[in-house]
Design a protein around this ligand. Structure first.
Ligand code: ADP
Ligand code: MG
Length: 411
C-alpha cells in the first residue's frame, strides 16, 4: 500500500514537472518571438537613425552653402534705387544713374520699412537688400552745412557796390529785422548773383553768411539734378526744413541754372525730374515769405537760360551782376592773394593787374599760386617778376590758345 501510494505520488510529481516544463517552454517561445520582433524593430530604428544622419549631413551642407551665398550677396556691389510705388506684393523702383524703372520684391521685414521716395540698396539681381535712411544720408551728401563760413568781406577784392547791395538785402534783415518791422516793410528774401565763372559769387555768399553769423547751407543745383535723380524735390524740401531748424540761415543755391533753366517739356524723365525739383523750389521760395530769418542767395553763370519764373518780381528781390574785375579790382584781388607773399622789388602788382585784362578773380588767385610755385622750383626765397610772367602765360595763355584753335575749327 505504501509502495503504490509512493508510485502514485511520483506520478503526480512527474506530471506537475511536465506541466511546468510545457509552460516554461511556451513562455520561452513567446519570449524568443518577442526578442525577434524587438531585434527587427531595433534594426528598423537603426536604419531610420542612419537615414536621419545622412539627411542631417545633407542639411548641414546646404546650410553651409546658403551661408556662403549670403555672405557673397552681402559683399557684392550694391546699387542705389528710389522707391517709386509700393503694391501689395511688389515694389516699383527707379535705379540711380541709369534712371531705369523696374519691379521687384522685398522680404516681409523690409517691406514694412519701405515708403515711397525711400532710398534702398539693391544687389545684382535687383533684390532689395537694405533700406537706407533717406533724409540723413541724402542731406549729408547734397548740402554742405557750415555754421558760419570763414570768409570776410575784406577777402573779396573789388565788388564794393555789389557787397553793399547784398548787405542791405541779406545781412541787414538777418541782423536787424526790427528796422524792417518798424518801418512796416516786408524784408527782402533773397538775391540772385550772376556773372562769369570765378568772379567771386560763391565767395561773396560765404562772406555774407560769415558777417551775419548765419548758418550757411550750400547746395549745388547740378548735383541736385544729376546726382540725386528722383529725389530733387524731396531734397529741396529737406533743405528748406533744415534752414528753418537752423535759422537764422542763408540757403546758397549755386548753379541754379541746372534746376531752373527754361523748361523743355520734351517729356523725357530727366526734364520732368528737373521740372519737379524746380516746382518744389518755387513753392518753398513762395512759402516762407513771412519769415525774416531765412535768406536765399542763388548764383548762376548762365542767366540767359534761366526760367523767367525765377526772375519774376517777388522771387528774388535783387538781381545783381558780379562783373569781371576792373584793373583796380584786379589790383585789389592780387593784393589780397599776394599780400603776404615775399616778393622781389621788381614785382609790381599794379603792372600785373594791367596786363591781366581777361583774368577773373579765380584766375588771379591761380596766377599768384603758380608764381609762388615757380619761385619754389628755382629754390628762391622770394618771388620775382618773371615768376609772375610765366604764371600769367600758364594760366591765361592756354585759354587764349584754346580759343584760337576753336576759331580755326569753325572757319
Ligand atoms: N573778387 C575776388 N576777390 C578775391 N578772390 C577772388 C575773387 N573772385 C574770385 N576769387 C578767388 O577765386 C576763387 C573762386 O571764386 P568763386 O567765388 O568760387 O567764383 P564763382 O562762384 O563766381 O565761380 C575764390 O575762392 C577766391 O580765391
Ligand atoms: Mg561758384
Amino acid at each position: 500500500m505504501s509502495e503504490s501510494s509512493a508510485i502514485s505520488g511520483q506520478d503526480t510529481i512527474q506530471e506537475s514537472f511536465a506541466k511546468r516544463i510545457t509552460a516554461l517552454e511556451s513562455e520561452n517561445r513567446s519570449l524568443s518571438e518577442e526578442l525577434e520582433t524587438t531585434k527587427v524593430e531595433r534594426e528598423e530604428v537603426r536604419a531610420k537613425l542612419f537615414e536621419s544622419l545622412i539627411a542631417n549631413k545633407k542639411y548641414l551642407r546646404e546650410l553651409e552653402r546658403l551661408k556662403k551665398e549670403n555672405l557673397l550677396l552681402k559683399r557684392m556691389p550694391l546699387f542705389l534705387a528710389t522707391v517709386v510705388e509700393i503694391g501689395n506684393d511688389y515694389v516699383l523702383l527707379r535705379q540711380h544713374g541709369n534712371n531705369q524703372e523696374f519691379i521687384t520684391t522685398a522680404p516681409a521685414e523690409l517691406m514694412e520699412k519701405l515708403e515711397v521716395n525711400a532710398r534702398v540698396a539693391i544687389n545684382n539681381s535687383l533684390t532689395i537688400v537694405r533700406v537706407l535712411d533717406h533724409s540723413l544720408d541724402a542731406r549729408a551728401k547734397v548740402m554742405e552745412l557750415v555754421e558760419a563760413p570763414d570768409v570776410s568781406y575784406e577777402q573779396v577784392g573789388g565788388l564794393e557796390s555789389q557787397i553793399q547791395e547784398i548787405r542791405e538785402t541779406v545781412e541787414l534783415p538777418l541782423t536787424n529785422p526790427k528796422i524792417f518791422e518798424d518801418i512796416g516793410i516786408e524784408p527782402p528774401r533773397g538775391v540772385l548773383l550772376y556773372g562769369l565763372p570765378g568772379t567771386g559769387k560763391t565767395m561773396l555768399a560765404k562772406a555774407v553768411a560769415h558777417e551775419s553769423k548765419a548758418t550757411f547751407i550750400h547746395m549745388s543745383g547740378s548735383e541736385l539734378v544729376h546726382k540725386f535723380i528722383g529725389e530733387g524735390a524731396q531734397l529741396v524740401r529737406d533743405i528748406f526744413q533744415m534752414a528753418r531748424e537752423k535759422a537764422p540761415s542763408i540757403i546758397f543755391i549755386d548753379e541754379i541754372d541746372a534746376v531752373g533753366s527754361i523748361r523743355t517739356h520734351d517729356g523725357t524723365t530727366g526734364s520732368a525730374e528737373v521740372n519737379r525739383t524746380m516746382m518744389q523750389l518755387l513753392a518753398e521760395m513762395d512759402g516762407f515769405r513771412t519769415r525774416g530769418d531765412i535768406k536765399i542767395i542763388a548764383a548762376t553763370n548762365r542767366i540767359d537760360i534761366l526760367d523767367p519764373a525765377l526772375l519774376r518780381p517777388g522771387r528774388f528781390d535783387r538781381i545783381i551782376e558780379i562783373p569781371m574785375p576792373s584793373a583796380e579790382g584786379r589790383l585789389k584781388i592780387l593784393q589780397i592773394h599776394a599780400g603776404k607773399m615775399r616778393k622781389d622789388p621788381d614785382v609790381d602788382l599794379m603792372e600785373i593787374a594791367k596786363v591781366t585784362g581777361e583774368a577773373s578773380g579765380a584766375d588771379l588767385k591761380a596766377i599768384v599760386v603758380e608764381a609762388g610755385m615757380n619761385a619754389l622750383r628755382r629754390n628762391a626765397s622770394s618771388v620775382n617778376r618773371s615768376d609772375f610772367y610765366s604764371a600769367i602765360n600758364k594760366v591765361l595763355g592756354d585759354e587764349v590758345q584754346g580759343s584760337e584753335e576753336n576759331l580755326r575749327m569753325f572757319t
